[in-house]
Write a protein that binds this ligand. Structure first.
Ligand code: RIB
Length: 301
């Protein structure tokens, strides 16, 4: 089982010609709402590919909360440990520009109230992979990682959005996944602009974690562990909306690692899932099914 401990948001999405500058007001399209949140997106991504997934998180007692919860149930995700709190749900305000690039502001709501002491060891008992991001409190991420290790799972941290972490924050993490900007931010260095620079950043991060994967958008992805390293160019697709492309990558990666795949194979399937998500609009609406992913990989041989 893949256990995702993370955020659940309603995304309010507006298409814009360009991202507004400070002090600028612009007119965009009508807004749309889509279920999102890095945690929920990654859970749905893995479930659509056929994984057995449990989501641990919090939603609010508003209409968004009910919609988000029923959406996860509809995807076949185990929500036994997901609670509804008397607070607003997490909401993400997303602008998508003509190049398909987005900017996102998250109002965390109930996500910020997922406390470490509320995570129960029995919820992790069947974990093969535990997957977390940084849209919930850091103390909760630390405890989830520890419970994952105690259960014998592979613990994956997607350090997004990036924040300053202490070396001890990595101690229960097996695989770190970040994009080229986040990798630089974690190390207090400049972003990686190409695969060679990303591999150099991965080298630094390897002092703290056994395996590191850095995604580079149109330049693909690199990975490095004690006994393996490599890079993969991006799959060519017309990017319509990159929202949740990273989450599709993480969901597919978690599934592949839970099945014992090598890092190289896992990154290949994850990159294909990310490319498919970038070619469609929205967060969860863009996440591919297993058939879509298999057909795409077959067509790219
Ligand atoms: O990674 C994309 C997600 O980031 C969106 O769905 C939004 O909710 C934010 O969490």
């Amino acid at each position: 089982m893949i256990i995702v401990v993370g955020s659940i948001n309603m995304d309010i999405v507006v298409q814009v010609d360009h991202q507004p500058a400070p002090g600028e007001t612009i007119l965009g399209s009508d807004y749309e709402t889509h279920p999102g949140g890095k945690g929920a997106n990654q859970a749905v991504a893995a479930a659509r590919l056929g994984a057995n997934v449990r989501m641990i998180g919090r939603v609010g007692s508003d209409a968004f909360g009910q919609q988000l919860l029923s959406g996860l149930n509809h995807e076949g995700i185990d929500t036994h440990w997901l609670k509804t709190l008397e607070t607003p749900s997490g909401v993400a305000f997303i602008n998508v520009d003509k190049q398909g690039q987005n900017s996102i502001i998250v109002a965390p709501g109930a996500n910020a109230r997922l406390k470490p002491e509320e995570l129960r060891p029995e919820a992790f008992a069947k974990a093969k992979v535990v997957l977390m991001q940084l849209e919930i409190p850091l103390n909760t991420v630390r405890r989830a990682a520890k419970l994952g290790q105690e259960a014998g799972a592979t613990v994956i941290l997607n350090a997004a959005p990036a924040k300053q972490l202490e070396p001890s924050d990595y101690q229960d993490i097996d695989v770190l996944v970040v994009n080229e900007i986040e990798a630089g931010m974690l190390l207090g260095k400049a972003r990686a602009c190409n695969p060679a620079e990303a591999l150099a950043l991965a080298d630094n991060l390897l002092k703290l974690i056994p395996a590191v994967i850095i995604t580079l958008g149109e330049q693909g992805a690199v990975w490095k562990s004690d006994n393996d390293a490599g890079q993969l160019p991006a799959f060519a697709v017309a990017a319509l909306d990159t929202t949740a492309a990273g989450d599709a990558f993480l969901g597919a990666l978690a599934l592949a690692l839970s099945q014992g795949d090598s890092l190289a194979n896992a990154v290949r399937s994850a990159s294909a899932a990310g490319a498919l998500a970038a070619s469609k609009a929205g967060a969860q609406p863009s996440l591919p099914t297993r058939d879509e992913l298999e057909n795409f990989l077959r067509g790219s041989l």
